[in-house]
Design a binder for this molecule. Structure first.
Ligand SMILES: [Fe+2]
Ligand SMILES: [Fe+2]
Length: 176
């Protein structure tokens, strides 16, 4: 991230990243839906909704501090993969990257002594730790069961990974 960027500019960029993560996860969900793996599909549809929520929390924050909000253009995303492990691998990479982006935002907030921004970002720091761990767990299970993904379907049905939590999340524009 460019060091001379203002915090609202940087957060607007992150809004675009969160929306594009939502679209990427819809793409992964569509892949699994087409393969008749409904639990994997609904796992990714839900992750997509979460990413949209993250974007809308950032929109609400910018509204609250009276800054401009930019809504990005939609970029096309992949909806089919050669291999059924690939979407989960993509998701893990994606979550790690977002983690780095959140830390860079946090650093910028500190640098410019924007205490409101720093406080707002606290929840996202914790959320990224959870999301990386969640995708790593799912990748382990999918890799172990790559020859029989119905075992992954059972795992998701039984363990409901990624469900619940979020009680202390920042408010979303439009009320979620
Ligand atoms: Fe996110
Ligand atoms: Fe995420």
């Amino acid at each position: 991230m460019a060091k001379n960027k203002s915090f609202p500019d940087a957060l607007n960029d992150q809004i675009a990243n969160e929306f594009s993560a939502a679209m990427q996860y819809i793409g992964a969900a569509v892949h699994y839906d087409a393969e008749t793996l409904p639990r994997l599909a609904s796992f990714f549809y839900r992750q997509a909704r979460e990413e949209r929520s993250h974007a809308m929390m950032m929109v609400q924050y910018l509204l609250d501090v009276d800054e401009q909000v930019r809504i990005p253009n939609i970029k096309g995303q992949q909806t089919s993969y050669d291999d059924d492990v690939a979407p989960v691998r993509m998701a893990l990479e994606q979550e790690k990257r977002v983690g780095e982006e959140i830390y860079a935002l946090f650093e910028l907030a500190r640098e410019v002594k924007d205490y409101r921004a720093e406080q707002f970002l606290q929840w996202f720091v914790k959320e990224q730790v959870e999301e990386v761990a969640l995708m790593q767990d799912l990748l382990n299970v999918v890799e172990r069961s790559r020859d029989n993904l119905l075992l992954v379907e059972d795992f998701i049905a039984r363990e409901a990974p990624g469900e619940g939590g979020g009680a202390d999340a920042p408010p979303e524009a439009g009320g979620g």
